[in-house]
Design a protein around this ligand. Structure first.
Ligand code: 5AD
Ligand code: SF4
Length: 486
């Protein structure tokens, strides 16, 4: 897991899915906005909504905070260290304000929602606080600050999906994009702060999702990732405004939505995240199998391999249920990559229970995993009801064991790909060398290969002839095959 922050590039990976970035894609305004995102892909996607809302007010985004009139940090609360990193950053901006007193500094996202006015009153670090459902109010909030007040809006909504807002694409590759399909989470996993910071689950109108995918394709994009905290519980009906109100009306579920998006264009790849083992139906797997342009990769967080722990985590499935879902994936999509999330040292976890996680990993052999030690979060069921009683050294030792095992499995998974040929969507120049290009295969593995005459946005067939721990290396054997749907 890469953690850290690089100004000018802004990569801040809190969980995995997360990168932070902000780049100058809006032009022509006279006010300058610097936006930094932490945490999950959803935050990244939300920042694009924020950039869009503020571009209508004349803000252009800039890639250096020193140039900005307004600095907004889109934050993550998932683990304590994610919040600490943001606090350190906010202190830097507080110092910057000594020299630039008119600089507006705001906190968005999960920390804004969790800490609310505390960020203004107790910590006195910022001028503005806006929760994940309050971004339409940002122009008003910034005006309040410019008028000399502190501003806060942390109201959560049951209906806001920002469906009508066309995100400003901050990631400059111009090939891959996120589409947010739902917001919030109703699951209440006992360790997780997300239901408190992002509110109730609501789904976005499928027509607006399809429209966004079409527009992206028209603009040269060739891959979309459908985002939601639990995409399998996506559900829309005509009366719903994002929440089901009339069961008698026709409904669109996630499997149907996947098909609708897959039909937008045969050369538009579809990915999605995150699936929930308790809700992932065979219909979703059949939809994936039916369309060549739906990537054969599923992120299916298990969290623990022990049924008792899973119950305490309120995950809604047992070890056996989970393994049955893995079996269904292999049966319906024979060559599908699978990744997971694992937490070590959750409340009361014994050595035997930890060993169940190890044995499950050995059974599933994940291609990739994101692994964390448990971090107690305020207001969660675990914080209120259970004791955070696994000593930190044990949490860390278990995490180390899990990481080492996964490294072995990932290396084996990469070695199995040697000699195979994959269709790769070129995303750009390789980070390490200008002479190489890179892109991912259907399994979400990055493949690096010599540039030749190939260009970003093209599909090429690459034969893999070597690998590093996280990347496959190869060479192009055939160019520009357009994907076909079934
Ligand atoms: N402590 C550690 N990891 C957590 N996650 C969520 N909440 C916590 C927590 N309190 C992990 C889970 C989830 C991923 C996004 O973050 O594994 O799937
Ligand atoms: Fe958190 Fe569980 Fe919802 Fe994921 S499904 S966001 S882990 S509560």
């Amino acid at each position: 897991m890469i953690e850290g922050l690089h100004e000018g590039n802004k990569t801040i990976d809190e969980s995995k899915q997360g990168e932070a970035t902000l780049l100058d894609s809006t032009k022509g305004g006279n006010k300058k906005l610097y936006l930094e995102s932490y945490g999950c892909q959803m935050n990244f996607s939300d920042s694009e909504v924020v950039a869009s809302i503020l571009s209508k007010e004349g803000y252009e985004t800039v890639s250096q905070s020193s140039e900005a009139d307004v600095v907004l940090l889109n934050t993550c609360s998932i683990r304590d260290n994610a919040e600490q990193r943001v606090r350190t950053r906010l202190k830097q901006f507080k110092n910057a304000k000594k020299e630039r007193p008119n600089l507006v500094v705001g906190v968005l996202g999960c920390m804004a929602e969790r800490l609310k006015k505390k960020l203004l009153d107790q910590e006195k670090l910022v001028d503005l606080v806006a929760g994940p459902d309050a971004y339409r109010d940002l122009p008003g909030l910034i005006s309040e600050v410019e008028g000399g007040q502190k501003a806060v809006n942390v109201l959560l909504s049951r209906e806001e999906t920002y469906a009508d807002i066309s995100p400003v694409r901050l990631d400059k590759n111009g090939v891959t994009a996120f589409i947010s399909i739902m917001r919030g989470c109703d699951n209440m996993c006992s360790f997780c702060v997300v239901p408190f910071t992002r509110g109730r689950e609501r789904s976005r109108d499928p027509q607006s999702i399809v429209q966004e995918a079409k527009e992206l394709h028209d603009n040269g994009y060739r891959e979309v990732t459908l985002l939601g905290q639990n995409v399998d519980s996506y559900r829309w009906n005509m009366s719903s405004k994002g929440r089901i109100k009339d069961e008698s009306k026709p409904t669109v579920n996630f499997a149907e939505l996947l098909e609708m998006v897959a039909q937008v264009a045969p050369d538009l790849r579809i990915r999605f995240s995150t699936s929930h083992p308790k809700d992932m139906t065979d219909d979703v797997l059949h939809a994936m199998a039916k369309y060549d342009n739906i990537c054969k990769y599923i992120h299916l967080p298990v969290q623990s391999g022990n049924t008792e722990m899973l119950k305490k985590m309120n995950r809604g499935y047992s070890r056996e249920w989970y393994l049955n879902r893995i079996e269904a994936i292999h049966r319906i999509i024979p060559d599908c990559a699978i990744s997971t999330d694992i937490i070590t040292g959750f409340c009361g976890e014994t050595d035997e229970q930890h060993n169940d996680t190890i044995s499950l990993m050995k059974e599933v052999k994940y291609d990739f995993a994101y692994m964390f030690r448990y971090s107690e979060r305020p207001r969660t069921v675990a914080e209120r009801k259970f004791e955070d009683d696994v000593p930190d050294e044990i949490k860390k030792a278990r995490l180390q064991e899990v990481i080492q095992l996964q490294q072995q499995h990932s290396a084996e998974s990469n070695k199995r790909q040697l000699g195979k040929t994959f269709e790769v969507l070129i995303e750009g120049v390789s980070k390490k060398s200008d002479a190489d290009l890179c892109g991912r295969n259907t399994h979400n593995t990055m493949i690096v290969f010599p540039k030749g005459d190939h260009k970003k946005g093209q599909y090429v067939k690459v034969k893999v002839n070597d690998c590093t721990s996280a990347t496959l290396l190869g060479e192009v054997v055939e160019e520009e095959k357009v994907l076909t749907t079934a």
